[in-house]
Design a protein around this ligand. Structure first.
Ligand code: ADP
Ligand code: MG
Length: 353
């Protein structure tokens, strides 16, 4: 009896899909409210309505991370990274597992990169943030933060003062003046979690970009004329005066592409631009490159590394990237020259692979 029911069910499904003659098409959705940047979703569906539902589900998941990792805003009923900051030196804060895991990941990356990406740098970053905001709203009077204030703040950036108690699921900032700033890792980490979630749900073809933190699930559903299913990802030209909007294109399947650059957030003081990636060694914007791009599977790692490598001299960064399995990097210097790690060029569009 059971068999017959199953059989007839299969038949009905076959019939209905046969009747509908649905065709899978490629769709794209954009959202502006997440992580203070543009989120783009490219995927496939049999109808726009179904794709919109799917994109909305993805948006909802990213929004949960956005709220948890926010350092500037409170949300009704949500304990987030700002709550941890607000309780610095006061009390451990019970938080969602997604905060614990992200902070543990960030701490591991701090150790692995000689501290060039440090989520405990918030006290220093906040000063730069405030001076940048002031300078952007009143460019005539834009100023640099006093070195003395930066140095004083840098005394409160020891990541070992971020006490993570996994069992109790709490985070405590032992130093009352320490502040977390997860801007260097949060978007990529969230992109990775959300992409892996949908991968686990059986999605085989999806492209997710949170403010340029790109994570591909599989390749394109429909190959191009040469049978290639890889996604073609344009990397923004750090030289905005160039007629070429993109400095290179990479072809990827199931991995991420993450760039950090001087063009994303900056302000101008006395005619000179000051961007938002701060070298913990000097407490001022790192001056080595115009852009660094990382290719690797894990988008959280890509995000952390893009910031870390931006703060390392080329030789140190290249040695480090070449020592990592499955990670490649491209460095664009301020005069527009491009340097690559050992395996990067295989991903460039127009190269033989
Ligand atoms: P974007 O977020 O613009 O793509 P990044 O991933 O490089 O670029 O992150 C930059 C953000 O990370 C800054 O806005 C700031 O909040 C934070 N940040 C800047 N310098 C550092 C650093 N050395 N370590 C950790 N976080 C940093
Ligand atoms: Mg980063």
């Amino acid at each position: 009896m059971k068999k017959i029911i199953i059989f007839s069910l299969v038949l009905i499904l076959l019939l209905s899909s046969g009747c509908a003659r649905t065709e899978t098409k490629r769709f794209q959705a954009e959202f502006l409210s997440l992580f203070d940047t543009v989120t783009t979703i490219v995927g496939y569906s049999d109808s726009e309505v179904h794709f919109k539902e799917f994109a909305e589900e993805i948006r909802g998941k990213i929004e949960e991370y956005h709220r948890l990792y926010d350092i500037y805003n409170d949300y009704e009923g949500i304990v987030n990274v700002k709550t941890i900051n607000d309780n610095a030196g006061i009390a451990p804060v019970a938080v969602d597992r997604r905060i614990i895991d992200m902070l543990k990941f960030a701490r591991d990356e701090y150790e692995a990169t000689d501290g060039t990406v440090n989520v405990a740098l918030g006290a220093v970053l906040r000063i730069w943030h405030d001076y940048r905001d002031a300078g952007l709203s009143d460019p005539e009077n834009a100023e640099l933060p006093p070195m003395e204030a930066l140095r004083e703040a840098s005394r409160h950036t020891d990541i070992h003062d971020v006490i993570i108690d996994e069992e109790a699921s709490t985070v405590f900032l032992k130093d009352p003046q320490l502040r977390l700033d997860v801007g260097a890792v949060a978007k990529g980490y969230a992109a990775e979690q959300v992409a892996s979630y949908f991968e686990g749900q059986g999605i085989t073809s999806l492209l997710l970009s949170i403010g340029g933190n790109v994570r591909a699930v599989g390749g394109k559903l429909t190959p191009d004329s040469t049978g290639d299913r890889r996604w073609n990802i344009g990397i923004q030209n750090p030289d905005k005066s160039s007629p070429d909007a993109e400095i290179m294109n990479v072809l990827i399947n199931g991995i991420s592409v993450v760039s950090s650059g001087i063009y994303e957030r900056y302000y101008v003081v006395d005619g000179k631009p000051y961007h938002h990636i701060i070298d913990p060694a000097t407490l001022i914007p790192a001056d080595y490159f115009a852009q660094v791009t990382i290719l690797c599977r894990d988008s959280g790692l890509g995000d952390a590394l893009s910031t870390a490598v931006f703060n390392m001299p080329l030789e140190q960064g290249r040695d480090y990237i070449n020592s990592l399995e499955g990670v490649e990097a491209a460095w664009v210097t301020k005069d527009g020259a491009i340097e690559y790690s050992d395996g990067f060029e295989a991903y460039l569009k127009g190269q033989h692979t």
